[in-house]
Each structure stands twice: as structure tokens, then as C-alpha cells.
Design a protein around this ligand. Structure first.
Ligand SMILES: [Zn+2]
Length: 78
């Protein structure tokens, strides 16, 4: 999730409709992110980007438990 349900200004963003700077607020409504221009009323839904596959790769790179090798060798002395 990007924004919280509380409207917050998005710094440095120009409204695509009225070209006003720093007039866009971002907020989340029922899990969907929106941006809204307080100057002209422009409202747009933000698409949620799917997480990069890098995350999946990192999970797979977790080292396999090498329990077999770590097990101490028992020596039986006759
Ligand atoms: Zn605007």
C-alpha cells in the first residue's frame, strides 16, 4: 500500500489537468490509492504496481539448512 487514508500532499508533483504544482494530495480508500488535485478537483486512481520478482528470488536464496553437515560425527571406540 502506498498512501494512508489520511490525505497528504505529494511534494513536487504537477497536476496533469491544471498544471498546478504541489496541489496534489495522495490518499488511500479501501485499499486503492488515489491522487487528487485540490486546485481543480482532478482525481485519479493510482495503479498498484506488482512487487518485483527480485523479492521472490531473495526468498529462494535463503540458505538451505545444512543440518546433516553440522551434525557432529560420533566415534565409537572399541
Ligand atoms: Zn489540478
Amino acid at each position: 500500500m502506498g498512501f494512508s487514508t489520511k490525505k497528504r500532499f505529494i511534494a513536487g508533483v504537477v497536476c496533469p489537468k491544471c498544471s498546478a504544482l504541489d496541489r496534489l494530495v495522495g490518499f488511500s480508500n479501501e485499499g486503492v490509492d488515489f491522487r487528487e488535485c485540490i486546485s481543480c478537483g482532478f482525481k485519479d486512481q493510482l495503479r498498484i504496481m506488482s512487487p518485483p520478482r527480485v523479492l521472490q528470488t531473495r526468498v529462494n536464496k535463503i540458505p538451505i539448512n545444512t543440518d546433516e553437515e553440522a551434525r557432529p560425527v560420533r566415534l565409537f571406540d572399541d
